[in-house]
Design a protein around this ligand. Structure first.
Ligand code: BEZ
Ligand code: FE
Length: 283
């Protein structure tokens, strides 16, 4: 008989029901979901009002999403789940550049620029020269790799968070020696969007919403695993408390400030500027 379930028998009953999923992976996922969700409820023993609040939280998380805002990714990020999935899928970096979260501000089909261009658009602030190389694990340069970059402005905002043209966002290609470079403006540390349910959750958990300053990179080349990472600014006050747990030592570099003078690409700078460089290795 499949009825009269109580708190001691209901988990087994649901597990039996989902065990008939024809696809084995779906069965495994369904069973783990039921076991862990039931264990969560047994541990927490929510009141009816608390369970309703949980449902309402997830409902509002969904309602907050549109083509520019992905509150569920933010929820996954701030609970450390995005970095856990990332870690499980990059267990043996074998000398490849370490990965971190994609985040919600990547835009498909970014504007294309020649190496050396200034990609900052309407962004203002300290000029930053970014240079790097892309190579295989044994150090051979990768020519014509697609290097997508995006970053926040000096106030910590992304172009997509306000009206206007793309800024601080580009697609470049490496040259025959695997090199790329561009000018932009130095990004600042910033809070992840916290005017929605995830922001309320962070406040209730006593957490700040900040990420340390960084430039995002997504680097793709035929025959190689696409690399999704950032280069974080050395010395940033949030390196040890990144709200999405994305910082790794190997992807921190100085954003070095310089007095007026000749920049690495030979441009003569009449004002202070900064430089950043990173050599990427693709699996
Ligand atoms: C970002 O770095 O753009 C980001 C990552 C995770 C959540 C929010 C923002
Ligand atoms: Fe970011």
């Amino acid at each position: 008989m499949m009825r009269n379930f109580d708190e001691f028998t209901i988990t087994e009953a649901v597990l039996e029901r989902v065990a008939s999923a024809p696809d084995p992976r779906m069965r495994q996922i369904g069973e783990a979901l039921v076991r862990h969700l039931h264990a969560f409820v047994r541990e927490v023993e929510p009141t009816q009002a608390e369970w309703a609040a949980g449902i309402d939280f997830l409902t509002r998380t969904g309602q907050m999403c549109d083509d520019k805002r992905q509150e569920f990714i933010l929820l996954s990020d701030t609970l450390g789940v995005s970095m856990l999935v990332d870690a499980i899928n990059h267990r043996r970096p074998e000398g490849a550049t370490e990965t971190t979260v994609l985040g919600p501000f990547y835009v498909q089909g970014p504007p294309e620029f020649e190496c050396g261009a200034d990609i900052s658009g309407a962004m203002t602030g300290l000029k930053l020269h970014v240079a790097g190389t892309v190579a295989t694990l044994d150090g051979s340069p990768i020519a014509d790799a697609v290097v997508d970059v995006w970053h926040a402005d000096a106030e910590g905002g992304y172009d997509v968070q306000r009206p206007g043209d793309p800024a601080g966002r580009a697609r470049l290609r490496t040259d025959a020696a695997g090199r790329f470079q561009f000018w932009t403006t130095r990004p600042c540390s910033y809070p992840v969007p916290h005017d929605g349910p995830v922001g309320q959750m962070l406040a209730l958990q006593g957490r700040h919403p900040y990420r340390p300053a960084h430039v995002h990179f997504m680097i793709a080349a035929p025959g190689h695993e696409t690399l999704v990472t950032h280069v974080f600014a050395a010395g940033d006050e949030y390196l040890d408390s990144d709200v999405v747990f994305g910082v790794k030592d190997s992807i921190i570099r100085p954003y070095t400030e310089h007095p007026p003078g000749t920049a690495p690409d030979g441009s003569v700078m009449g004002e202070r500027y900064a430089t950043l460089s990173y050599d990427f290795r693709l699996k």
